[in-house]
Design a protein around this ligand. Structure first.
Ligand SMILES: [Zn+2]
Length: 369
């Protein structure tokens, strides 16, 4: 292997006879270092200058006799615990891409390894095709974050025009956009901001049924539901996404509680499962998730800028998991909440597949929990 392993910039604690690596999620890895060879190897890996084949000679120069097989096994084990990168793996991206996406690439480092690099994660995002339903508080925020990440194409659907009250939280628009369709104003913002890196397709349309989602979502990798009408919009999108075979994410604000969740058709239980099982699951699920799925009475929009941005952040992080495979989606069939009026208390509750769900019954891979 010509690739050069490099230790990530994690905390390395050196003790007599022991080295502790503290990386992702504060997980500590304890390594024996009785003869000092582990420290020597970690020093070499910090430099990231040597291929695995070159490591025995480099260790030899430091007074340690090791075999190629031992070095290959050590590098494999360190990669397994997620502390290695492939040195220089950004180099096959254009210099302008490396500059523009520096922070994104360093974020992907958290999840990258010898096999899948940060540049690979970036390329996956740059190819991503997203159907974004809604260009309001959450939708316009998600649009901005996805463009920051360099998503390839976003089909943006909304039927509203920009109003003065939107300026409290919809930062893709300004006072100069008042009266314009949100989708064209958002496209213009995207052009100014990202000079065409992300193609934003404005679709000025009201979503009234699953058919529209199926039509607009053909070929998409992910659907994001940032609308709350009609009342059964989540079940509608759920059904359409089963037909399209793509995951979707939904989120919103109910009174004082932020929530988000996602569905991976054929892999996770779906939204219809939750609806069918709401009586059984009401013991553990938040009240709003189980009892008011179809009957939202809170039509007042009290989402301020920070609330819309929080929601957009949670949703875009989940979108990144689906689109780049950094790690498994955290909200698949799992209802995440943040309660604003209770010290930002968070909760997460998963729901199970319902045996009577006609959609999940189509896909054998979803286990009945
Ligand atoms: Zn289901």
């Amino acid at each position: 292997m010509r690739a050069r392993p490099q230790l990530k910039p994690i905390a390395v604690i050196r003790r007599p006879s022991e080295v502790i690596l503290v990386g992702r999620a504060l997980e500590a890895t304890y390594l024996d270092d009785t003869d000092g060879s582990t420290s020597a190897l970690l020093d070499l890996l910090t430099e990231g200058k040597h291929t695995v084949g070159e490591l025995p000679a480099a260790m030899g120069a430091r007074g340690y006799t090791v075999t190629g097989a031992e070095m290959a096994a050590a590098v494999e084990a360190l990669d397994e615990v997620g502390v290695l990168l492939r040195a220089g793996s950004d180099d096959d991206l254009a210099p302008s891409t490396r500059r523009r996406h520096e922070s994104n690439l360093r974020f992907y480092d958290l999840y990258a390894g010898m096999r899948r690099t940060s540049a690979d994660h970036h390329r996956a995002m740059a190819r991503a095709d997203v159907l974004l339903l809604g260009a309001g508080g959450m939708g316009s925020g998600v649009l901005q974050s996805l463009i920051g990440l360099g998503a390839g194409r976003i089909r943006l659907v909304d039927c509203d025009t920009v109003e003065e009250k939107n300026l409290a939280r919809q930062f893709a628009y300004g006072h100069y956009d008042i009266g314009r369709p949100k989708v064209t104003a958002a496209r213009d913002w995207a052009r100014r901001y990202a000079a065409g890196d992300t193609v934003v397709e404005p679709i000025h349309e009201e979503i009234t049924g699953a058919d529209a989602v199926r039509r607009l979502g053909a070929g998409a990798d992910l659907v994001i539901c940032a609308i709350d009408t009609p009342d059964d919009v989540h079940l509608m999108v759920n059904e359409a996404c089963f037909d399209l075979g793509v995951p979707f994410i939904a989120a919103g604000l109910q009174y004082s509680m932020l929530f988000y969740w996602s569905v991976q058709p054929g892999v996770s239980p779906c939204r219809l499962c939750l609806e069918l099982g709401r009586d059984e699951q009401s013991a553990t699920m938040p009240e709003l998730a189980t009892q008011h799925v179809l009957r939202s009475t809170d039509k007042v929009n009290r989402a301020t800028g920070p609330i819309a941005q929080l929601l957009a952040g949670f949703v875009t992080l989940e979108a990144g998991r689906y689109l780049t495979g950094t790690d498994a989606p955290v909200a698949a069939a799992t209802y995440h909440t943040v309660e604003l009026t209770d010290g930002m208390r968070t909760s997460r509750e998963s729901w199970a597949r319902h045996p009577a769900c006609r959609l999940c019954a189509r896909t054998a891979a979803v286990a009945v929990a």
